[in-house]
Design a protein around this ligand. Structure first.
Ligand code: NAD
Length: 363
């Protein structure tokens, strides 16, 4: 098969983890006889430096024409000036909006041999296997006004958490359908006791639930959900929540797997690519990790598992996706770990050495 893939390494450890996935894609294309046309483009801080735009026109155009997009991470202290007109994150948010990627899927499924890498007790982690559906193109990350202004002689700043019915309906429907493919349970997370936008969220999700009466629906307030993720993580199956809550809860949930570096994600919407599959952006959930950038120690697993999700969801290549997931399972079982995953007495290996083991097994 032929597919056009755009790669956006971005900033910090982004290029380090993307490099491994690029080699994996090349190997998969040889092994399974596919033609992947891979094009690299700029996004984030590096795009500000080179093109004075966090999402250059060339990048948007290439992504709109691609069958799938694989992204590293954006951001870093170099572009953190609070008064700057352009921020790397605008590139990411702009891309999600442009491709109308309203749902971000984040599977959380700790590897059996990484249980000791998590600070949680083993008995809490047994049987944990859930997926968070984070609404991605609405809520407080996009609401207007979002500004600084002077009121009564002092600076005031505000952001707006705004949702309309159709935005909630479409992501809720997607989550209910996903729950049907799994064990039939959906948890909707909001802050309906305080926020008006969350009251609408709960009302719409409850209404949509009537069309999915075979699915068991639970509502949780986000503060309680943050606690339940640590006290009873194995009871969740599919969680659907607003943009901000999903962002925060999944960083917390990543620790169930031992490291933020392990978690992949798929951002999808209703647009189909030239192959008839959902067009998507696939990226690890972690950021650009400036504290370890350039040291060669980043964990590439989140990006590699994102690559597997890309092959499955946007290119329809289930066998190839499974082959990658099996290799990741095997290297972890064999005890190969980057610095973020080692316990006392265990040996850490570099990104490059880990990727060598992965590529060798994939062969
Ligand atoms: P971060 O996710 O970059 O890092 C948090 C911690 O996790 C750091 O200690 C880091 O070293 C570690 N970590 C993250 N990924 C890792 C990996 N693959 N292997 C090993 N360790 C890893 O979050 P942050 O430090 O709060 O943010 C840094 C920058 O990233 C900021 O500019 C932020 O805006 C940006 N950011 C970007 C995205 C994105 O591109 N999707 C997401 C979150 C944050």
């Amino acid at each position: 098969m032929k597919a056009k893939i755009v790669i956006l390494p971005g900033d910090g450890i982004g290029p380090e983890v993307i490099k491994v996935s690029q080699k994996i894609l090349e190997q998969i294309s040889h092994k399974f006889d596919h033609q992947f046309e891979i094009e690299e483009q700029l996004i984030g801080g590096i795009a500000i430096d080179k093109e004075q735009n966090p999402l250059p026109h060339e990048t948007s155009k290439a992504c709109l024409e691609a069958d799938a997009v694989l992204l590293g991470a954006v951001g870093g202290p170099k572009w953190d000036d609070p008064t700057a007109k352009m921020r790397p994150e605008q590139g990411l948010l702009g891309l999600r909006k442009k491709l109308d990627l309203f749902a971000n899927l984040r599977p959380i499924n700790p590897h059996h041999d990484l249980i000791s890498a998590s600070p949680l007790k083993e008995e809490k982690l047994l049987g944990v296997d859930f997926i968070v559906v984070r609404e991605l193109t609405g809520g407080i990350y996009f609401g207007q006004p979002s500004e600084r202004r002077v009121v009564d002689g002092q600076i005031q700043s505000l952001d707006t958490m705004v949702y309309n019915e159709s935005e909630i309906e479409r992501v809720a429907n997607l989550a209910f359908n996903l729950a049907r493919e799994r064990s039939g349970k959906l948890t909707s997370v909001d802050k309906a006791n305080v926020l008006e936008s969350s009251r609408l969220w709960r009302e719409v999700v409850t209404r949509v639930a009537k069309e999915h009466s075979d699915i068991e629906l639970e509502h949780l307030l986000v503060d309680a959900a943050a606690m339940h993720l640590l006290t009873r993580p194995a009871t969740f199956d599919v969680i659907v929540t607003a943009n901000l809550f999903g962002d925060i809860l999944t960083d917390e949930a990543s620790i169930l797997t031992g490291s933020l570096g392990n978690l992949p994600s798929a951002s999808i919407g209703n647009q189909l690519n030239s192959l008839g599959y959902p067009r998507g952006v696939y990226e690890p959930i972690h950021g650009s990790a400036p504290d370890i950038a350039g040291l060669g120690i980043a964990n590439p697993i989140g990006t590699i598992l994102s690559t597997a999700m890309m092959l499955r969801h946007s290119l329809g290549l289930e066998t190839e996706a499974k082959a990658i997931e099996k290799v990741i399972d095997d290297v972890l079982t064999a005890g190969y770990r980057t610095a973020d995953l080692v316990n006392d007495g265990e040996t850490e290996i570099s990104t490059e050495v880990l990727s060598g083991h992965i590529l060798e097994r994939l062969d």
